[in-house]
Design a protein around this ligand. Structure first.
Ligand SMILES: [Zn+2]
Length: 155
């Protein structure tokens, strides 16, 4: 499986792209910003985005989601417990001195136990509240990888 990690935006949130080599389907996790760079990587690998997944509604993780959605037509997945936080992106932007990103609703509620399928790979949604109420982790058993958003910080 193709896996690219790009640090994006002012806070250098890690955006992850997972792509299937055979079907060229992909998911993009946490497109916080710098959508052009993310699109470039997708294009380089010839990938089509099937889902945009947000680990939690902090601005550095969700800021570019609508732009990404417009560019790819893919639906946005997020846990519903972060809806309130999502609606206060204007406040988050003010705290950080950033421009307010375009906001849109979530298209698909990512729930604990849900499975996303990208080509031959299963990606499991785990609801892991703590960092935020609606934080999720994505577990990819066949790759032995966990995308934890901010649920786990380095160190
Ligand atoms: Zn966060």
């Amino acid at each position: 499986m193709i896996h690219e990690i790009l640090p994006v935006g002012m806070l250098q949130c890690n955006c992850s792209i997972f792509g299937d080599e055979a079907t060229r389907e992909a998911i993009v996790i946490d497109p916080g910003d710098e959508i052009e760079s993310i699109l470039e990587v997708l294009q380089r690998h010839g990938l089509t985005v099937k889902a945009i997944v947000i680990t939690h509604a902090h601005i550095d993780h969700i800021g570019g989601a609508q732009k990404m959605k417009r560019a790819t037509g893919a639906p946005v997945y997020m846990n519903a417990a972060d809806q309130e936080l999502h609606q206060r992106l204007d406040l988050q932007a003010a705290w950080l001195g950033m421009p307010v990103p375009e906001t849109g609703g979530i298209d698909v509620a990512a729930r604990d136990g849900d499975t996303l399928v990208v080509g031959a790979t299963e990606i499991h949604v785990m609801h892991t509240p703590g960092h935020t109420q609606g934080s999720i982790c994505l577990w990819i058993p066949s790759e032995a990888k966990l995308v934890a958003g901010d649920t786990l910080f380095s160190r």
